[in-house]
Ligand binder design. Structure first.
Ligand code: HDE
Length: 695
């Protein structure tokens, strides 16, 4: 029920401990679920002031009963997620390739709900786990709901859905100890994965910085499988879906991720919430790769194999519309938690391919909703209800809210058009694409799925040196947590089929004395696949600092003009400034004005900012140089290759943080006139040369 926030309500406490709620004006009276007004919500009904409770206490019993049932099962995978509302807007008509409603007219807007998630962690786990991110989009089209339930990585671990339970069991906590939480850095995961060579391409992606995005707003999304578009004439075109973030891609570094998880486990959800609340609406372009059967037949890999992608350089991504998220949920549980995405929710103009992973998913999602939401009527929940008319004869079941009216609840019937209810429509109804299918019924993996290493190699060689180094470090980190040496060695034997340099770096990082033999491969790794620059994050920077955040470390006596100049320059770029001070009460600036703080040092460590400004006064700099969180602020920003603006007063802090002799081109002395130039430098996002120099 709707209520004013409790803080707004006057709740005087009488000396005897009784609490009287003043209800009047526009404050509604508290009631039971049955609508009965409640006189006292502080004391349960009892016999005498020190006597036993009365079973007839209807309010107490209802309140506790409901509380006891507040939880529903969390998602088996993708349990931790965050959603927002928005819309999809078509740039052009695609009616030549698809009859799908959102693409029929330039400018058509389709309401959307998007839920981002991590895969392995439980519902309360941290946001910056090294993990795949879910990118699930529900489009409320005029022809029914269409769900594109994708990830931020365009390939998957396995080729056949029958292995999904094994994959997820291996990735999540080990069953005896129930740890580690939200981490693949453990024996079971690497044991399973190293016995599944088909996973090697995906392993490259999750060991890359794609698995530690800076924010949901700065990551790509992919439909992963090959789907079909079907036009009004029934012609089919294969399609792969891409979501391209307008502000470009950005990730954090691993050491930063680890620290963010401690400083702000909700970093990603807070980022999305704050961006939308401040009017900085996240935006992605929908890209499609369109291709026909002839291309599919000539392509080096099978387009039905979800462990493979089609390089953008081979089939360009055509940008056909934009997705804008402009509204936070009113209630997390009602909307985000109860959102039921199903891969089988498609509309006329879209169809499945035979990808065995997709075929399996089409069973699993509907099935899982029954368990989670408790009955077959989850489409009656507003977040799942289509926004177009619905007419059917499905009825009853748990929580049925919209049973069909009238007498007819079956068809055919002879009750006439007024009473007989809806009828099928061969002309406009959904029709599956009439693909020719034939073959023996057997449990078999197609030969065309057998190459497990070539695209893994292609991904690796398409990365910049910085990104390759991060991948090797990630593998070393994860495998160093694996306790069985044989599993570590088995992983390295696969890496030897991918890239010798990578395998060598990992061997060294693990302290492996002997290089193993390369793993036996069903197909030899192809070394002729071209580098695909589209696969790198760093090569695809959007050259903007928009939507990013700078943390300015200040003390009493801070030069107000510097702060104001920096704030103005950031605002012009569409970025934000947050003030970090010794106390959350803020500081008194050099001109005597008061500067409010957003964070206390320690509460706002530099890991939660994209760049930092170290702007203490001379005395202030000396004072905070003695504070460990202030030293960490500087040392971390430096170690994480962030751009650092500073004032003269920063010198003692730099010295104590151990960075003074290393000041490089990523560190910029801030002046009022130079604030704009600093922000422009920040468009590069990180000063990676520093990492490189550090070796
Ligand atoms: Fe999922 N997956 N999945 N998955 N998946 C679920 O459905 C499943 C796969 C993805 O924000 C579950 O509602 C199988 C690939 C996302 O609510 C479940 C297989 C991709 C989400 C399920 C896969 C995904 C899910 C659990 C192997 C990327 C979160 C809760 C064939 C293309 C959606 C639920 C949300 C959720 C099954 C593999 C993406 C159990 C059997 C590949 C984004 O039904």
């Amino acid at each position: 029920m709707k209520n004013k926030s409790f803080a707004d309500q006057k709740v005087p406490v009488a000396p005897g401990g009784e609490v009287h709620q003043e209800a009047g004006g526009d404050v509604p009276v508290l009631t039971t679920q049955q609508g009965v007004r409640i006189s006292d919500d502080q004391n349960s009904l009892r016999i005498g002031s020190r006597g036993p409770g009365a079973l007839e206490d209807l309010h107490f019993r209802e309140k506790l009963f409901h509380f006891d049932h507040e939880r529903i099962p969390e998602r088996v995978v993708h349990a931790r997620g965050y959603g927002a509302h928005g819309y999809f807007e078509a740039y052009e008509s695609l009616s030549d390739v698809t009859a799908a409603d959102p693409f029929q007219k330039k400018g058509r807007k389709t309401p959307a709900f998007v839920r981002f998630s991590t895969v392995a962690g439980n519902k309360g786990s941290v946001d910056l786990a090294r993990d795949v991110r879910g990118f699930a989009v529900k489009l409320y089209t005029q022809e029914g709901n269409w769900d594109i339930v994708g990830n931020n990585i365009p390939v998957f671990f396995i080729q056949d859905a029958i292995k999904f339970p094994d994959l997820i069991h291996a990735a999540k906590q080990e069953p005896d100890s129930d740890f580690p939480q939200a981490q693949t850095a453990h024996d079971n995961f690497w044991d399973f994965i190293s016995l599944m060579p088909e996973a090697m391409h995906m392993v490259m992606w999750i060991m890359s910085d794609r698995a530690i995005p800076r924010s949901f707003r700065f990551m790509e999304g992919f439909g992963v499988h090959t789907f079909r578009f079907v036009n009004a004439k029934g012609k089919s075109t294969f399609v792969k879906f891409h979501w391209k973030p307008k502000l470009g891609m950005q990730s954090v570094v691993w050491n930063e991720a680890v620290k963010i998880n401690g400083a702000d486990p909700d970093f990603h959800r807070r980022d999305l919430w704050n961006a939308i609340q401040s009017g900085e609406f996240p935006e992605w372009e929908l890209g499609v790769q369109l291709f026909d059967q002839a291309f599919a037949d000539s392509f080096d890999f099978d387009v039905l194999d979800a462990t493979k992608l089609i390089p953008e350089e081979l089939v360009p991504v055509r940008r056909v519309g934009r997705l804008v998220l402009d509204r936070c949920v009113d209630n997390f549980f009602a909307e985000t938690e109860q959102a039921a995405f199903c891969t089988n929710n498609i509309i006329p103009g879209v169809d499945f391919s035979n990808d065995p992973l997709l075929q399996g998913r089409n069973f699993s999602y509907l099935d899982t909703q029954l368990k989670r939401l408790g009955g077959p009527n989850f489409t009656h929940i507003p977040i799942n209800a289509p926004k177009c008319p619905m007419h059917h004869f499905q009825q009853d079941g748990h929580m049925a809210m919209h049973n069909p009216k009238g007498r007819a609840n079956y068809e055919p019937n002879s009750w006439g058009s007024a009473e007989g209810g809806p009828r099928e429509c061969p002309e406009t109804g959904f029709r599956s694409f009439p693909a020719e299918e034939a073959g023996r019924k057997e449990r078999v993996r197609s030969e065309t799925f057998a190459d497990h290493y070539s695209q893994a190699r292609q991904f690796y060689i398409s990365q910049t040196e910085t990104e390759q180094r991060h991948m090797a470090e990630a593998l070393v980190f994860e495998l160093s947590k694996v306790q069985q040496p044989a599993i570590r060695t088995r992983v390295v034997s696969h890496l030897l089929n991918i890239d010798d340099g990578l395998a060598g770096a990992v061997c060294k990082g693990l302290g492996l004395r002997e290089k193993p033999k390369p793993a036996p491969a069903a197909r030899k790794t192809r070394r002729d696949l071209e580098i695909s620059p589209a696969l790198s994050i760093l090569l695809n920077r959007a050259d903007t600092f928009r939507g990013r955040k700078v943390g300015a470390l200040v003390t009493d006596g801070v030069d107000r003009k510097l702060v104001d100049a920096l704030r103005r320059a950031l605002k012009k770029e569409g970025a934000m400034l947050e003030i970090v001070a010794p106390t959350v009460g803020g500081v008194e600036a050099s001109d005597g004005s008061r500067l409010e703080a957003d964070e206390k040092i320690g509460g706002g460590p530099s890991v939660v900012y994209d760049a930092v400004a170290i702007l203490p006064s001379k005395e202030g700099g000396e004072e905070i140089a003695g504070m460990a969180p202030a030293r960490d602020f500087v040392a971390d920003a430096f170690a994480h290759a962030k751009f650092i603006a500073y004032s003269d007063g920063a010198a003692p802090l730099f010295e104590k943080a151990g960075v003074v002799s290393d000041l490089d081109d990523g560190c910029v002395k801030l002046t009022v006139a130079g604030a704009g130039a600093f922000v422009q430098t920040c468009r590069k996002l990180r000063f990676w040369e520093r990492e490189q120099n550090a070796g």
